[in-house]
Design a protein around this ligand. Structure first.
Ligand SMILES: [Ca+2]
Length: 362
């Protein structure tokens, strides 16, 4: 096929290289966008032989006939154009096309993949993300092949409209961990509730007292009631039908679960419930929970701060609260860090029923 390629080239004696990023449509004549030329001096129409017309990146080498003093009415020079790329680019290398998605608090690439039905790796590739763990609230991502419709269960949110402080409302996303889960970072041993994120310390355990060498990553599951023995359901399931179970045997652990919430100015109370399942051994089938106050510890995560580590008595439900005031609209990171410094039979946690509420101020 012979199409007319409109390219901006330099009238120079030397061959010029221009980059053509996109063939815009498949109709004749083909229009291309030229993003960079060595010297922009004139515009010529160049007959091009194109073997395949798709949206591909092509590099075009243009050799223009020099015209030192071109007559205004002269026929433009007819450079030779060699189309290099179309037959060399594999079909999967087409530039990303698809709708744009704006990152909202609680999003990770995995969450966005769930919302859009497009694999996280494809989203990372389409947006040139070198670190799939780093996306920012408000960032716009091209979702290749996405039609702009959020998948069932996806929650459309507008990051420019932070949640207004309404007394009594739970402002956390998926606060009871009932609204689905995903594999954090694609790791099969880390089931995370949708819209929550995970950080795991696998470095050396230098705590004293402490034992077991380096911290080990816990296995994390979002358990439904059916997967909890009836006798333990009231212990480990605080609200609804699902709870988080984190556990690791014979090694210290240190991890945190958190989310980002857009908030209006105001005062807030964050409440977290968890059950430290720190077990030193078993008496028959009966767990012997570790009575050492250091056996299980937690800390509140609030942006880069929060609280220091505090004892979390094992073998019973702990309810902890944390209050803060926000003077300007913003996104706040909230969560809880959990650690077990001793290697023992089980370093476990059941985690459920968290909340963030606006509270009245004087
Ligand atoms: Ca729950």
């Amino acid at each position: 096929m012979i199409f007319v390629l409109v390219a901006v080239v330099s009238c120079s004696a030397e061959p010029q290289v221009v980059e053509v990023t996109r063939v815009v449509n498949n109709d004749v004549p083909v229009t291309v966008e030229v993003t960079r030329v060595v010297t922009q001096e004139t515009t010529v129409e160049v007959p091009v032989e194109v073997t395949r017309v798709v949206e591909v990146e092509v590099a075009v080498i243009v050799t223009a006939t020099p015209e030192s003093q071109p007559e205004p009415t002269a026929v433009p020079p007819t450079p030779t154009v060699e189309v290099i790329a179309p037959t060399a680019v594999p079909p999967t290398a087409v530039p990303p096309t698809g709708a744009t998605y704006t990152v909202v608090p609680g999003d990770t690439l995995s969450v966005i993949a769930g919302k859009t039905g497009v694999a996280a790796e494809d989203i990372a590739t389409a947006n040139g993300l070198s670190n799939i763990n780093i996306i920012a609230v408000g960032q716009e991502l091209i979702i290749p092949g996405w039609d702009g419709e959020l998948a069932a269960g996806g929650t459309p949110e507008n990051p420019t409209q932070p949640t207004a402080p309404v007394a009594g409302a739970n402002l956390l996303p998926n606060p009871s961990f009932e609204e689905g889960w995903y594999f954090f970072n694609g790791v099969a041993e880390w089931q995370l509730p949708n819209q929550w994120q995970l950080a795991v310390d696998e470095g050396p355990n230098t705590l004293s007292p402490g034992s077991g060498g380096s911290f080990y990553r816990p296995e994390i599951r979002v358990l439904s009631r059916a997967h909890i023995p009836p006798a333990e359901q009231s212990l480990f399931l605080f609200d609804g039908e699902n709870t988080i179970k984190a556990f690791k045997g014979d090694a210290p652990t240190n991890f945190s679960i958190f989310t980002d919430v857009a908030l209006q100015p105001g005062s807030y109370r964050f409440t977290a419930n968890f059950f430290p399942d720190a077990v030193t051994g078993y008496n028959g089938s009966q767990k012997i929970w570790n009575g050492d106050p250091l056996a299980a510890e937690y800390r509140i995560i609030h942006n880069g701060g929060g609280t220091g580590w505090q004892s979390a008595p094992a073998g019973r439900k702990n309810t902890v609260t944390y209050e803060f005031t926000l003077t300007e609209p913003g996104t706040v990171r909230l969560g809880v860090g959990f650690r077990n410094r001793f290697a023992q039979s089980n370093n476990g946690w059941f985690i459920d029923d968290w909340s963030l509420q606006a509270i009245n101020t004087p």
